[in-house]
Design a protein around this ligand. Structure first.
Ligand code: 5GP
Ligand code: ZN
Length: 124
């Protein structure tokens, strides 16, 4: 009797073609300002404001619409954004989730942009 190879019952948490999965895994370096068991936060490569940090869940999902299926994780992203802005800026911040290609999303692993201070030209 042959047995079929076991299939994962859920989508894999890590996508080897996803740049943010590779940053989470440490395969691509990043300037991390926070990490815990559920999210990491690191400085954007092309900052649009004096503080521009991305808060990224470790588990891959496409965008904030998918992330909303896990309200606790979504709330944790917002909490981490607040603590990053408190620690690295004056506390107030903008929180941006570009969602979908025509809205400017270029990395399809959900991330929150935390922006504090004056925005650069061509703001998000
Ligand atoms: P999106 O356009 O998808 O909302 O945002 C993607 C963001 O990720 C952009 O602001 C871009 O500068 C940033 N980004 C893309 N690749 C890297 C990377 O390898 N390292 C870091 N630190 N930021 C990245
Ligand atoms: Zn990913």
């Amino acid at each position: 009797m042959t047995s079929a190879p076991s299939e994962p019952s859920v989508a894999p948490a890590v996508d080897p073609d996803c740049v943010f999965c590779r940053i989470v895994a440490g395969e691509i370096p990043s300037d991390r300002v926070h990490e815990d068991e559920r999210v990491i936060a690191f400085r954007d490569l092309h900052p649009q404001a004096p503080l521009h940090v991305l808060v990224v869940p470790r588990v891959h999902s496409r965008d904030v619409r998918e992330l909303a299926a896990d309200p606790e994780l979504l709330a944790h992203v917002v909490e981490v954004a607040g603590s990053v802005a408190a620690e690295h800026a004056r506390g107030d911040f903008r929180l941006v989730f570009n969602t979908g290609e025509s809205a400017g999303q270029t990395v399809f692993h959900v991330h929150a942009h935390v922006l504090a201070g004056e925005l650069a030209e061509g703001e998000l």
